[in-house]
Design a protein around this ligand. Structure first.
Ligand code: FES
Length: 251
């Protein structure tokens, strides 16, 4: 259930609860009147005429307030239950925490090999700042030797899906089209086109997600973030291919 649909459901539930409440009030024209002076002292009760305040439907003010209170509690509980349900609802497809279909595998491979510019997924509703899809530029043998690549299914698919969150302090990492590296603007960490650590304060390579080819389409599973390979991992692109976009002394 998306955030927008949850808001609509909560609003609809709230309105429906209040509507039912008022219909309930109107549906009881013969409700018994209620004495309003029960808090008066006995002597006052003797002197004071019995006062009954009710509207045309036979509902006293006290009954109205009691029912309004109960209706409010019911609405609050139902909203809480819906919010809990949304939190626990399994997200089996689409969005972060689920599987994202990136597109036809052959077309994506052709596009990425031609442009050598990762495709960014900016569907950042739940887990910003999104992913970057790129073809793997090392050899399958190199990928099979590195646990993070094995977990990400890199050798089998030929794709890498990087989590664009800098593993230093979490900034979004843009792709620099001149160096063809990912370069973090915050403190200057740099990663290769496949997200391998190259420079700066980052403790490791970029984290990533498992990729599968399903029915000829590239599917990225964002349910689990795979910790990036350690510093010193160089399976492709050891050097930048042009000027850096981010230049920070010491990085
Ligand atoms: S957050 Fe990216 S280098 Fe610090």
């Amino acid at each position: 259930m998306s955030e927008g649909s949850l808001v609509l459901v909560v609003l609809a539930t709230t309105l429906a609860a209040w509507l039912l409440f008022f219909l309930f009030l109107r549906a009881r024209p013969g409700a018994a009147p209620e004495i309003e002076d029960t808090l008066l002292r006995p002597s006052q009760q003797e002197r004071t005429p019995r006062l009954v305040v009710e509207d045309a439907s036979g509902v006293t003010r006290r009954q109205f307030l009691n029912r309004a209170y109960l209706a409010g509690v019911a609405v609050a509980l139902s909203n809480f239950a819906l919010a809990s349900l949304d939190f626990l609802w399994p997200r089996s497809s689409g969005g972060y925490g689920g599987k994202i279909v990136m597109g036809d595998a052959v077309q994506l491979r052709n596009q990425l090999d031609a442009t050598r510019t990762p495709i960014l997924n900016t569907d950042t509703d739940v887990l910003p700042p999104g992913i970057a899809l790129m073809t793997y530029e090392g050899t399958p043998q190199a990928a099979e030797a590195i646990p993070a690549y094995v977990l990400a299914n890199t050798a089998n698919t030929g794709f890498v899906a990087l989590y664009r969150k800098c593993v230093h302090l979490g900034c979004t990492v843009p792709f620099c089209t001149s160096s063809k590296w990912f370069e973090c603007p915050c403190h200057g960490s740099k990663y290769s086109i496949n997200g391998e650590y190259r420079a700066g304060p980052a403790p490791r390579s970029l984290d990533r997600f498992k990729v599968d080819i399903v029915g000829g389409r590239v599917v990225v599973d964002t349910a689990t973030v795979i910790t990036g390979p350690p510093r010193g991992t160089v399976t492709s692109q050891p050097q930048p291919e042009g000027p850096h976009c981010v230049t920070i002394s010491g990085a």
